[in-house]
Design a protein around this ligand. Sequence first.
Ligand code: CP3
Length: 348
Amino acid sequence: MKLENRCLIQALRREPADRRPVWLMRQAGRYLPEYRELRSRAGSFLALLKTPELAAEATLQPVNRFDLDAAIQFADILTIPDAMGLGLDFRVGEGPHFRQRIARAGDVSALPVLDPERDLDYVLAAIKASKRELSGRLPLIGFAGGPWTLAAYMLEGGAGGGSFPVARAATHADPVLVDRLVSRLGVAIAAYLTAQAHAGADVLMLFESWAGLLDPPGFRRYLLDPMAEIITGIKADTLARHCPLIVFPRGAAQHLVSLAALDLDALGLDWTVPLGTARTAVGAKVALQGNLDPAALYAPEPRLRAAIRALCAEYGPGPGHIFNLGHGISPDVRPESVAVLVDEVHQH
Ligand code: CP3
């Protein structure tokens, strides 16, 4: 189906666009009263995730409320470890938690080979439902967690308070274990993203939210090389190879040049990266997505608008900028501030 709003696709190809595209990480979520209502109707976050019609409704909520240029499928990066049998749950105030963690080689070889059509059918069904409801209005972004970020959660058995001490220790104490895990995950991620493209996703994205935990040799070994293999896997599929690919490596600004050498279309930047410097370094090779500080949404309206204008000016003229936050929206942001953000971006 032909898309009515193509500015995200145009920007991803670094072609002149009708307008500067904007969408926001975690645009469907707790800051929206209609999301909180939907989640309580579903009973829990996981029930919402696993009910395709409701997940499609969550996907559409932000694009029905705001003039955004893309929808992102409502799902989670932890669907893969959950489907591999680790037993995901979300504890209030603690974030994600697994019943089992990966501690030794036998745990990796015991992981089932992921068949997305069978094991993650609910995500694929939700993508189809979202596409149906979008009926060509906007592109739909499908996503997965990156190999290192998923490995970090699986080695830690949860969020590790955000510092992942067990996972970080494993990168030095048992590198072969981590190699095996990221390589198993890489195969699963490539198959999952390919299946999402077949279900209708127009753009694919990889979240490497914990890229910033790795030292330089670890970055190459557990993130960059496995990512290259995932991309080779996606490009082997005649349909998926045409979906533009965005990679969000949080906390890895020092590695932008090696990331941009991969066969990808855009890099997502966290809010600590100077956008102009990033463009000078890699802007001729990839589009750039980002990177307003999510905390800027707490500023009074004139200051929020000024911060957005400054960021657009810092990117400079010419195509290839996708406006976004430098990380997900916080749950207590006022929806009115998001409306201001979208309005200001579209004035440029
Ligand atoms: O962006 C979107 O709107 C699409 C949906 C989406 C969610 N999670 C929904 C969600 C996406 C793209 C994600 C990605 C994700 N999930 C990442 C990568 C991006 C990032 O934030 O770095 C990570 C690390 C996760 C793992 C995860 N899932 C965490 C750490 C949490 C937060 C736990 C908490 O209570 O704050 C989740 C839960 C989650 N995923 C929520 C949503 C809307 C909140 C669940 C709720 O409704 O309570």
